[in-house]
Write a protein that binds this ligand. Structure first.
Ligand code: NIG
Ligand code: FE
Length: 400
């Protein structure tokens, strides 16, 4: 197969084996063959007979990895958003049958093709923003058939051309379905039947649960998390978005891949996450739209917890499709450094999804990269509000 490549003023590898916080190579080149990178380094060391497209002063980074999205949905929650701006509380709206249940009603009446089509469009727009891998959760179907329909829609969209690679997560406990008679019986059904079925049918790699006051308890999430582990799936949990109900402790105890949100988390839980190697997925768009607190980033950093930044793309708390917007808020509102934010959307995000073949530009990795119409990587975290990419490659194919 033919080798091809690029040369640019700055090749930001995010490879920890290189020097500097982002392993940046000045006057660098990347060469790939098919879906795989075969050379990353100084342009003068690039294989001599490979044609290099000249990118001039542009920056090349690994393709961005969005490690937390709820991008498979239909409908609109604009009325709820306006009501919240006028003072309504997210959890009160949810108790009144809005919020997650409002999107549940739209998803329950949608066909698998409707869902796959809206997700495909969203994924394509994400690609133009530099994203080459996106995690996508179910969680609006709530009932077995609709959850599986959502997961099938995710698989259909993932198989289409021009989209980022997709990692599917079964968001097993998000809200109690309106028709569920008995809460305990619902949790048992999800843990004993649905999780093993999803694993058997290979519909997801991870299982997630929303652990918070007004959502699910740690005992309920533990049942589902243990079922996931028994079925060979990984665990990631929504914890401490509104209240610390010790969801982060549970994430650490289960050896979860990530604990997400973490606005409310105790010092002891932070230590537990660090010991367990559980990544912290920070979702600044959600706390921005909710007018909520920032997570204790300094304490997480001090403890050595790996920091990931994700969009949380969803129709309610994070009505965005933009990981770069999340990066802009992560630096401005959460106090991450630009380098931390960029690592959190590349190598750290890939690690949190259990993916070792991407997130950094190095020989042998997937040819996933973004070329930015920007003179420096730190400009990526500025709040542009539109795509600043020149080119986006996923597995060596142009998707952006
Ligand atoms: O990550 N907090 C729970 N889940 C989503 C919001 C889902 C929704 O409001 O539709 C979140 O913020
Ligand atoms: Fe979420």
């Amino acid at each position: 197969m033919r080798q091809r490549g690029f040369a640019a003023a700055r090749v930001v590898t995010c490879d920890p084996s290189r020097e500097g916080p982002l392993g940046t190579v000045q006057d660098g080149a990347v060469v790939f063959e098919g879906a795989t990178l075969v050379f990353v380094g100084p342009r003068v060391q690039a294989p001599p007979d490979v044609p290099l497209v000249e990118l001039g002063d542009r920056v090349v980074t690994p393709g961005l990895v969005d490690a937390h999205t709820h991008a498979c949905w239909v409908g609109s929650r604009h009325e709820e958003y306006a009501a919240r701006l006028a003072g309504a509380d997210y959890r009160a709206v949810a108790r009144g049958g809005g919020g997650i249940l409002s999107t549940h009603r739209a998803v329950a009446t949608a066909s698998v093709d409707d869902l796959a089509d809206s997700l495909t469009s969203r994924l394509r727009r994400m690609a133009t923003l530099g994203v080459t891998t996106a995690e996508v959760k179910s969680g609006y179907g709530l009932e077995a058939d609709h959850e599986k329909k959502q997961l099938r829609a995710i698989a259909i969209a993932a198989g289409r051309r021009g989209v980022p690679a997709v990692v599917a997560t079964f968001l097993a406990l998000h809200a109690l379905p309106p028709a569920a008679g008995d809460r305990a019986a619902y949790v048992v059904h999800v843990a004993r039947e649905l999780v093993p079925e999803v694993a058997r049918e290979r519909l997801a790699r991870f299982v997630d649960a929303y652990v918070d006051e007004g959502a699910f308890t740690t005992a309920e999430a533990r049942a589902v998390g243990e079922a996931a582990l028994a079925a060979g799936l990984g665990v990631r949990l929504h914890v401490g978005q509104f209240t610390d109900v010790q969801g982060a402790e549970l994430a650490a105890a289960l050896g979860a891949a990530s604990a997400d949100h973490l606005e409310h988390v105790s010092p002891a839980a932070i230590e537990a996450l660090a010991r367990a190697g559980t990544s912290a997925v920070l979702l600044p768009v959600a706390s921005f739209t909710l007018g909520g607190a920032a997570p204790p980033v300094a304490a997480l950093r001090r403890a050595g917890v790996r920091l990931v930044v994700a969009s949380d793309a969803n129709p309610g708390t994070a009505p965005t499709e933009s990981l770069p917007l999340a990066l802009a808020l992560a630096v401005r509102s959460y106090g991450l450094s630009p380098d931390e934010a960029l690592l959190g959307a590349t190598i750290r995000a890939a690690e949190a999804l259990g993916l070792t073949d991407r997130g950094a530009l190095r020989a042998g990795a997937r040819a996933d990269l973004a070329v930015w119409d920007l003179p420096h990587e730190h400009a990526i975290v500025q709040p542009w509000g539109l795509a600043k990419t020149h080119l986006v490659l996923a597995g060596g194919e142009d998707i952006g």
